[in-house]
Design a protein around this ligand. Sequence first.
Ligand code: PSU
Ligand code: MN
Length: 302
Amino acid sequence: MIPMHINPEVKAHLVKNDIVALESTVITHGLPYPQNEKLALDMEQEVRENGCIPATVGMVRGELVIGLNKEQIHDLSSTNSSTMRKISQRDYGIGFAKKMNGGTTVAGTILASLQAGIKVFATGGIGGVHRGSIFDVSADLQVLSQNPMIVVCAGAKSILDLPATVEKLETLGIPVLGYQTNDFPAFYSTSSGLGVDLRVDTPEEVVEIAQYQWAMGIKSSILVVVPPPSDVALPNEEVEKEIQKAVHDAEEKGIRGAKVTPFLLERMNQLTDGKSMHTNLALLTNNARVAALIAKAYSQKK
Ligand code: PSU
Ligand code: MN
């Protein structure tokens, strides 16, 4: 038995399954306090306003919590990130045994959601293949390829090598659906110049495709990519300069492993005078909205 607590409201909705899982590495390591706490609550609110129940996932003193309460969200938001772990696939045993506090990554949240029976999950951007000379590929990709979830995101963070990440998604057999778009978004920008496997315009189409894929016995996630809202999207060329600087700084400072992504996000925020964070926050809540529409459709079509 694993130490897992499912919030009573989430538990009561598991049969209907009109639930959206939300990650927490974005809270513990992705955004500064207090913007992270506000974001977490805004995403939950967005899910509720669109007719579903939010379940923010995290680890609290070695217990996997599915549906953090407000106090737990406050604690994970305001605690120094260096004392918390990024919980990805390899970290569960360690986190349980050593009673750690941590934020679950995309990989960690997918694994937790499946334990609870949740099928739809919203995040900002998945991890992927990093740029630069060090070989660094997020465990998110592998976990996406092996676990059946509907994952809503704005593509992969553009601090990554997007063409390589998209190739890797193809190799791993992860279908990429463009939600009301023909383009693979570049996180801060609406298009990376890369395509998607299919454009879909409704939540029902996403659910139908997922159900057929899983009925084939294929246990991979379905990636739904949503461009950032047009009023906050940044021009590709504008962010690209800053990304190159941030990646250069990370290499120069010898940043490695799980620290790379948080470093790059913070550096981007400094380099863009907070503009990148503004876009990041807006796309996260927008993804929560789309995920709720999909979870609702899923709950009705089960
Ligand atoms: N996207 C963001 N902020 C984040 C992340 C993604 O805008 O903080 C997190 C996600 O939790 C993702 C993780 O799963 O970064 C990837 O980390 P890594 O590259 O170390 O696998
Ligand atoms: Mn990595």
